[in-house]
Design a protein around this ligand. Structure first.
Ligand code: PRX
Length: 659
């Protein structure tokens, strides 16, 4: 294996597209790709206008494709009207797709449920009617805090059907994070479940909602709708709490979708920024759905015969675009999985691919890396032990996939006949931006290759000028695109500052560093700000630091990322306590206490892997924490940089000691 990988790096091996895919793909061959790119280049507005007319079902056609009058607050298809849920469900009702399976739901314990498009439509309509009967309407906000389930998709689709703006909060987030989002979004409704089931364990969800709603400023929430997943015991507030099955009971199975402006907000999803609290990334109806559907067709080459599986949770953007919306609009059969890749054993993913005959599989590098390790330790669960012949396309998302993981995925899961599509995008971009296409792009392990047609990606310097090939710089988008973030909910100034800094000529700043090789391929170099990427999830260093400092023992904290073989990046926290420096068992106990604290404050994914105690933090004479040095210390490397501006250089030795 190792020699294979080295040869990839040394020879810079290229994997040309497979002939069968070139022949049959929705975008066929480099000529097909270039033709679309040229069309977009010649007239971006005609290009997007044509695609929006051809791919979406409009109640009222749009006259204006793009309104730039208030840039960077771009408006797309604003004078047209449509409904996202109708575009995902109703469009299939009078076609053969109606009776096709929309969702193959597999529960943690292996139970399987098939839901057809017709049935899903009915379930969405019943629930939409139920929440309409409670008085909720377009423009209001609902927070969804649910496990992976058909019901979560139903809840999102029902909101979209009525124009209620949803904000999904990942079930792994704490009551405190949930509270912050309920308040920021101004939610009037919360939809949750009694418990979730993962890895054979029941994890309560409703208590976190109950707790969040006691934390203040949530008076606007008048109902909590609860999906009964396990029947576990839950506290109940009469008048406020309602069972989902009671809300839907006796409701008609049709519900007229509300016609909404193309710009009507579809959802708000929180993501980390470099400073301050998480940003409420707001997406809009038409543009988001258009790009979700097109990337299903282009990147994943969605075909009627596909069984598609994206393993992401609906709590993340990937679960929005590539579970709740894109696959339904495309009319494919998709797998929705409640559980974890390691239960009941580490072969779960491969077993599920075999049983459901999955043809398109989309997961994260962190899952690949941990399953690589697991398969080595337990060869009976190695992917080679399963029949994976149904696979035709593999995808990866969330962080750079290192060539080693790429090769393993390609060789052992794809059996050297499936392209590995390294898709680069962000919560803010709505859908794929830079990605190989299965019938077009020669692959290079570790590169997300080329921008999709219509996407004006570039690498520029501080002045917004293109850098030379082979030189690193800021990844930007030179032109707006329909699925772009519209604003940060409640904070338009922060939106402008974060994504359209004046010195960059009005380009969208992605926040990633990148470089292009001589073939024009993009290589992502990671975040340029203080944002961590742990297992493909964005976390702000500030968020973790604030959580640590809110603990009664902590005076000061600084958090940095360190490369980690499994999770991509691991969190290392440098902590100054209000008391004397702890040692030995006591230090271990306090570190554990702090880790649990962060887990409770934000969620388990934010737990620092490593906590170091010191009497102080390395600071410049002006009092700035020198994170650059902390990153070196976190990696266990010797500091060779100039430390002469440091007020207290000896502190670095102290902070090198792991607890
Ligand atoms: O740094 C990039 C990394 O993940 C960030 C976006 O995170 P988030 O908004 O949580 O969305 C994740 C799912 C789309 C990016 O700024 N990232 C995402 N995909 C890749 C990636 N880095 C390298 N290669 C990728 N394929």
């Amino acid at each position: 294996m190792t020699t294979e990988i080295e040869s990839v790096l040394v020879e810079n091996r290229v994997f040309p597209p497979f002939a069968n895919l070139v022949k049959d793909a929705n975008i066929s061959g480099m000529e097909g790709y270039r033709a679309l790119c040229d069309e977009a280049e010649r007239s971006p507005l005609e290009f997007w206008g044509r695609l929006a007319r051809e791919n979406l079902v409009w109640d009222k056609p749009f006259a204006t494709v793009l309104d730039e009058s208030q840039a960077p607050f771009y408006k797309w298809f604003a004078d047209g009207e449509m409904n996202v849920s109708a575009n995902c469900l109703d469009r299939h009702l009078n076609t053969p797709t109606a009776n096709k399976t929309a969702i193959i739901f597999e529960a943690d314990d292996g139970q399987v449920e098939h839901v057809s498009y017709k049935q899903l439509h009915a379930r969405v309509c019943e629930f939409a009617n139920g929440i309409k009967a409670l008085g909720y309407k377009a423009g209001q906000r609902a927070v969804i805090y649910m496990p992976m389930s058909v019901e979560a998709v139903v809840a999102m689709q029902a909101c979209a059907r009525l124009g209620i703006i949803h904000s999904v909060v990942f079930g792994g987030f704490s009551s405190k994070s949930l509270h912050e989002r309920i308040v920021d979004v101004g939610a009037v409704l919360v939809i949750t479940a009694d418990e979730q089931v993962r890895g054979g364990k029941k994890i309560p969800l409703k208590p976190a909602v109950d707790e969040a709603l006691t934390m203040g400023s949530c008076e606007a929430v008048s109902h909590v709708i609860v999906y009964r997943r396990t029947g576990g015991k839950v506290a109940w507030q009469e008048g406020r709490d309602l069972w989902m099955h009671d809300v839907t009971a006796k409701q008609p199975s049709t519900c007229a979708p509300v016609s909404l402006s193309g710009e009507h907000p579809l959802f708000i999803l929180y993501t980390s920024g470099s400073t301050g609290k998480p940003k409420g990334v707001q997406h809009a109806t038409a543009g988001f759905l258009l790009w979700s559907l097109l990337t299903m067709k282009w990147t994943f080459d969605a075909k009627d015969s596909d069984v598609y599986w994206c393993t992401a949770d609906v709590g993340w953007v990937t679960g929005h675009t590539y579970v709740a919306y894109g696959p339904l609009a495309a009319g494919v059969t998709q797998v929705v999985f409640e559980g974890t890749p390691t239960y009941p054993d580490v072969g779960r993913f491969w077993d599920m691919i075999e049983r459901h005959k999955v043809s398109v599989f989309y997961t994260a590098p962190t899952a690949i890396r941990s399953l690589t390790k697991a398969a080595e330790a337990a060869p009976q669960f190695h992917p080679r032990e399963y029949d994976l012949s149904s696979l035709r396309i593999l995808g990866s998302v969330g962080e750079p996939i290192n060539p080693e993981a790429w090769m393993w995925y390609y060789t052992h899961v794809g059996r050297e006949h499936c392209p590995v599509l390294d898709t680069w995008w962000q919560t803010e971009t709505g859908a794929h931006m830079i990605s190989p296409l299965p019938g077009v792009t020669p692959l290079k392990p570790g590169s997300c290759t080329l921008p999709l047609p219509g996407i004006a990606a570039a690498v520029v310097d501080e002045a917004g000028d293109d850098v030379e090939r082979g030189t690193g710089g800021f990844l930007v988008m030179k032109r707006p695109w329909p699925a772009m973030v519209r604003t940060i909910w409640g904070d338009p100034e922060r939106f402008k500052k974060s994504y359209f800094p004046p010195e960059l000529k009005g380009y969208y700043l992605a926040g990633d560093g990148a470089q292009r090789d001589t073939d024009g391929y993009f290589w992502i170099m990671g975040r340029i700000d203080d944002v961590l990427n742990v297992s493909g999830h964005r976390l702000g260093t500030m968020e973790v630091e604030s959580a640590l400092v809110s603990h009664e023992l902590v005076a000061e904290a600084a958090v940095v990322g360190r490369p980690d073989a499994t999770t991509g990046e691991a969190i290392v926290a440098f902590v100054v306590l209000k008391r004397s420096l702890p040692e030995g068992a006591e230090a271990k106990a306090i570190a554990k206490q702090l880790r649990d604290w962060v887990s409770k404050e934000i969620g388990p994914i934010a737990k620092p892997k490593d906590i170091r105690f010191g009497e102080n933090l390395p600071k410049t004479r002006s009092g700035k924490i020198m994170r650059r040095l902390l990153r070196v210390v976190a990696k266990g490397e010797k500091v060779t940089q100039d430390v002469s501006t440091l007020e207290n250089p000896q502190i670095l030795d102290q902070l090198s000691q792991s607890v």
